[in-house]
Design a protein around this ligand. Structure first.
Ligand SMILES: Cc1ncc(COP(=O)(O)O)c(C=O)c1O
Length: 370
């Protein structure tokens, strides 16, 4: 039975093509595909499954539990966890062959304790904070970090990384400072006789803007999903949106000029018109502020959103066009004749495409298309 409600169509052919185009752009490097937050709202299992067998692909998640879901789904690739380490999941992380991030001396201590106690611990990457002021060792701690790792040569360190705060901006001066700091700390580590199988600093912004930051592994999230990390970054890689977010029309009625629509009565029809009710609301991820300028696309034509979106539904002013009940409108993405970039909505309502994509939830049914 066809369930009526919001649909996120996931175009896996576009995902594979995006991957191909990104790889062509960055050259022959390992790709760490970021599938945290349920694959940026696209469905982590479906995304990972579609590209797992491509060469030189690993995955990154934020939480341990996200990695477990991928393993249970049969994903065998390397999986890196970004979050702080928690002692209670280190043993299962070892068992599941997961790779963890060490971003503080406490993290190293936990790894060391578990290693001494059990004879093993998960492989790990050390993360330095070069200017994001989020997780990561302070640069000033580098001597202690490298000293300890040198002393405990049996600890399975595998990589070193950092994260940019503004690699997607037009002004790259801060990103260049971060990159220089990262290069310096990598050099210090190598001078301290440590070797790192993986060195990485890039995210999507850096893929587009900072080829000097590629090293031998590139982390990529939003670009893989076919979305620009910001409107300032040059879109020098061809990508197509992987998600098309759509909602079904469940009612259509003719109303007279001067009719108020939805909560607060902030929308009044200017002439006699067809008002459609679409069964998708902000509880499903519809961007609620997207109504003052907002529109949907239907058969290649844009129609204005009428009034404030509700929790489960919103209304559209179709004028004299009369769609059928059951027809779908495109909210964002690209499907058939319809195209609305999620980046445009994000910009107009003062948020980011990251927030809009990861906000797709509630009753939204994900449908993968190959
Ligand atoms: C540590 C880290 N690396 C890489 C990414 C991927 O970033 P993007 O989606 O901009 O490629 C993220 C996402 O927030 C992140 O937190």
């Amino acid at each position: 039975m066809n369930i009526i409600g919001p649909k996120a169509y996931i175009h896996l052919n576009r995902l594979r093509q995006n991957l191909f185009n990104i790889r062509k752009h960055i050259g022959n490097r390992h790709l760490l595909c970021v599938v945290k937050a349920d694959g940026y709202g696209h469905g982590a299992k479906a995304i990972a499954d579609a590209i797992a067998s491509e060469p030189c692909i690993s995955f990154a998640v934020f939480a341990f539990e996200e990695a477990v879901i991928l393993r249970k789904a049969g994903i065998r690739n390397e999986i890196l966890i970004f979050s702080r380490i928690q002692k209670h999941w280190l043993e299962p992380a070892s068992r599941l062959n997961l790779v963890v991030s060490a971003s503080s001396m406490d993290d190293l201590k936990i790894l060391q304790d578990v290693h001494e106690l059990t004879g093993r611990c998960p492989r790990f990457h050390i993360k330095f904070d070069t200017g994001m002021t989020r997780l990561g060792f302070d640069l000033a701690e580098s001597d202690s970090v490298f000293g300890l790792l040198n002393e405990k040569k049996s600890l399975p360190i595998e990589g070193i990384y950092s994260h940019f705060a503004s690699s997607e901006d037009g002004d790259l001066s801060y990103a260049h400072n971060q990159l220089n700091a990262f290069k310096q700390v990598v050099k210090e580590g190598q001078n301290a006789d440590l070797s790192f199988q993986y060195i990485h600093c890039s995210n999507s912004g850096a893929v587009l803007n900072l080829s000097d930051a590629y090293f031998n592994l590139v982390r990529v999230g939003i670009l893989l999903y076919g979305v620009a990390p910001s409107h300032e970054a040059p879109m020098n890689v061809n990508v197509d949106p992987v998600m098309s977010f759509c909602g079904p029309i469940v009612n259509i009625r003719r109303v007279q000029a001067g009719t108020k629509v939805s909560y607060g009565g902030v929308y009044t029809t200017k002439k006699d018109t067809n008002i459609a009710v679409v069964q998708t609301g902000f509880a499903d991820g519809f961007p609620r502020p997207w109504y003052e300028q907002g529109f949907v696309s239907y058969k290649g034509v844009e129609f204005k959103i009428a009034g404030r979106p509700c929790m489960d539904q919103f209304m559209v002013d179709f004028g004299d066009v009369a769609p059928e009940e059951g027809d779908e409108v495109l909210i964002f993405g690209k499907r058939n004749l319809d195209k609305i970039p999620v980046e445009r909505i994000a910009r107009e309502i003062g948020t980011t495409a990251y927030a809009l994509l990861t906000g797709i939830h509630g009753r939204t049914e994900h449908i993968t298309l190959s």
